[in-house]
Design a protein around this ligand. Structure first.
Ligand code: UD1
Ligand code: MG
Length: 465
C-alpha cells in the first residue's frame, strides 16, 4: 500500500512539508572489534547516533524512527535520551537495507510528505544536507539520492547516470569492471516522496550476489515506474561511514577540524588549534584562550576571558569569567568555577563548586566540595572525600586559608575566614575566623646536626663530589 499524503493531518516544517526520518542503526559493527554497538561509539564526545539525530530534520512536522538490532537495549536508551519522541523498531534478521527500512513500516504508513533514510554510522552529515536532499521532492521527484565523488570508490554503490538522469545504483559486488570505474558513489542517504515510498520499497527484491534486499534498487524501480530520481552531491567528508576503528579516528579528525574552525571563527584564541581537542557541545564566551594540548570532553562551558593553559583535561565543567585553569589541571564532572577562580598545576577537581576568586594553585584534590569566595587553598591540600564506603562533603568558607599539605577529612566544615595551619589533618569542624593546627610539637636540638655529622664521619674521610 502507499502512505497517505500529508494533507492537512500532519504538521509541516518550514519547507511546507512533513517528514519522517528513518535511521538504520541495526548494524552489529563486528569490524569495530568491540562489544559496544557500532552507533554508540563516540566522535567528539557524542555517539555516532547522537550526531546523526542532531542533524536529522527536527521540530514541528518532523518525526523520527530508528531501526535497532535485536537486544541492543543501549541503543534504544540512547535514542530515548536524545529524542524521546522517536519511535524505535527492531530488525530481527539482517536481510539488507530495504528490509531494515520496512521494519519501520508502521511509521511509514503514517504518511509523511518526505521519507528520509539515513545510516546511523555517518556522523559527519549536516542538517543543511538533509534540506538540500529534500528540496527536489517538492519539485516532483520521487527519489533523491545523496552522492559523492569517492577518492577510492571500492565498496560503495556506484551511481549510474545516463543522459544526466540517475537510472540505477550498482553495488560493488554486482558491478561490471566499467561500472566499478565510476567515481560517483551512493552516500547511503535517500529521500523519497512519502506518498510513493512504500509502493517503491515493497517492490524491492533480493536477486543479487548477496541475496539481500538492497534499498539502492529503489532507483531502478522509480525509473521503471516512469518517475524521476535525482542525485544531490556532497563532499566525501560529510558521508564517511564508520565500519572500523580506523574510520572512527578519521571521522574524529574531520569533526575536530570543524569544531576548531568554528571555535576560531567565534573568537577563541588557539595558537596551535591542531593540538586542542574539543567536544561537539563545548561552548565559549568572548576572548577565551586555549593553549596548546588541551583536551575538552563533553558538557564544558567556558565563559568570557577565561584561559585554559596547556595540558589540561576538562569534562562536564563550567568555567567562569576570567578564570584560569592549568597548566596540567584536571577538571572532572560537576566542577563549577566562579569568576576569576584560579586552578593551577596538578590540581584535580570533581563535583566541586569554587566561588569567585577562590584559588587552588598547586598539587591538590578538591572533590565533593564547596569552596567559598576568595578562599585560598594551599599546595598539596586534599579533601578526603571517600571513606571506602561513601562520599562525604567538604565545606570551605568564604575567605578561608588552608595551609599547604593539609588533609580535610570529610564530612567537615571550615568556617568563613578560618585559618588552617600547614600539614594539618582536619577531622572536626572549624568555626568562622578560628585557627586550627593539627600536628605534633616540633623539637629542635641546638647543635644537633653538627653532632650527628661528627658521629657519622668519625674516623672516615669524607667522600668527595
Ligand atoms: C551501503 C549501500 C551502498 C553505499 C554505502 C555507503 C545498500 C545496499 N548499499 O552499502 O550503495 O555506497 O552503504 O556507505 O544500501 N543495515 C541494517 N540492516 C540491514 C543491513 C544494513 O540496519 O539488514 C544498516 C547498517 O547498520 C548500516 C547501513 O544499514 O548502518 C548500511 O549497511 P551496510 O551493510 O554498511 O551497507 P554497505 O555495504 O556499506
Ligand atoms: Mg557500510
Amino acid at each position: 500500500m502507499t502512505g497517505k499524503s500529508g494533507t492537512g493531518k500532519t504538521a509541516t516544517d518550514k519547507t511546507g512539508r512533513s517528514s519522517l526520518t528513518i535511521v538504520l542503526a541495526a548494524g552489529e559493527g563486528t569490524r569495530m572489534r568491540s562489544s559496544v554497538p557500532k552507533v554508540l561509539h563516540p566522535v567528539a564526545g557524542q555517539s555516532l547516533l547522537a550526531h546523526v539525530l542532531g542533524a536529522a530534520p527536527k521540530g514541528t512536522g518532523a518525526s523520527l524512527a530508528v531501526v535497532i538490532g535485536p537486544g541492543h537495549d543501549a541503543v534504544t536508551a540512547e535514542v530515548k535520551r536524545l529524542r524521546p519522541d522517536a519511535a524505535t523498531f527492531t530488525q530481527h534478521e539482517r536481510l539488507g537495507t530495504a528490509h531494515a527500512v520496512l521494519s519501520a513500516r508502521d511509521a511509514i504508513v503514517g504518511g509523511a510528505d518526505d521519507l528520509v533514510v539515513v545510516f546511523g554510522d555517518t556522523p559527519l552529515i549536516s542538517a543543511a544536507t538533509f534540506e538540500r536532499l529534500r528540496a527536489p521532492l517538492k519539485k516532483g521527484a520521487a527519489l533523491a539520492v545523496l552522492g559523492f565523488r569517492a577518492a577510492d570508490p571500492t565498496g560503495y554503490g556506484r551511481l549510474l547516470v545516463e543522459g544526466g538522469r540517475l537510472v540505477a545504483i550498482r553495488e560493488q559486488a554486482d558491478a561490471s569492471p566499467q561500472e566499478r570505474a565510476i567515481g560517483l558513489c551512493n552516500a547511503g542517504v535517500m529521500a523519497f516522496d512519502g506518498r510513493q515510498a512504500l509502493a517503491i520499497i515493497d517492490k524491492i527484491g533480493h536477486a543479487n550476489s548477496k541475496g539481500e534486499y538492497y534499498l539502492t534498487d529503489a532507483v531502478s524501480i522509480v525509473r521503471d515506474l516512469g518517475l524521476e530520481a535525482v542525485v544531490i552531491e556532497t563532499s566525501e567528508d560529510e558521508v564517511r561511514g564508520i565500519n572500523t576503528k580506523a574510520q572512527l579516528a578519521e571521522a574524529e579528525q574531520v569533526m575536530q577540524a570543524r569544531l576548531r574552525k568554528a571555535a576560531l571563527d567565534a573568537g577563541v584564541t588557539m595558537i596551535a588549534p591542531e593540538t586542542v581537542y574539543l567536544a561537539a557541545d563545548t561552548s565559549f564566551g568572548n576572548d577565551v584562550t586555549i593553549e596548546p594540548f588541551v583536551v575538552i570532553g563533553p558538557g564544558v562551558s567556558i565563559a568570557d576571558g577565561a584561559v585554559i593553559h596547556s595540558f589540561s583535561h576538562i569534562v562536564q565543567a563550567s568555567i567562569g569569567k576570567h578564570a584560569s585553569v592549568g597548566p596540567y589541571a584536571r577538571l572532572r564532572p560537576g566542577t563549577s568555577l566562579g569568576e576569576g577562580v584560579r586552578i593551577g598545576n596538578f590540581v584535580e577537581t570533581k563535583a566541586a563548586t569554587l566561588d569567585a576568586g577562590a584559588k587552588v594553585n598547586h598539587l591538590s584534590y578538591i572533590g565533593d566540595a564547596h569552596v567559598g569566595e576568595g578562599a585560598n587553598i594551599g599546595a598539596g591540600t586534599i579533601t578526603c572525600n571517600y571513606d571506602g564506603f561513601s562520599k562525604h562533603k567538604t565545606e570551605i568558607g568564604k575567605g578561608a586559608f588552608v595551609g599547604t599539605n593539609s588533609s580535610l577529612v570529610a564530612p567537615v566544615k571550615i568556617g568563613n575566614g578560618a585559618y588552617i595551619g600547614s600539614g594539618s589533618v582536619i577531622t572536626k569542624n572549624v568555626p568562622d575566623d578560628a585557627m586550627a593546627v593539627e600536628r605534633s610539637q616540633q623539637t629542635t636540638r641546638e647543635g644537633g646536626a653538627a653532632r650527628y655529622r661528627e658521629m657519622k664521619t668519625r674516623g672516615k674521610t669524607p667522600k668527595s663530589g
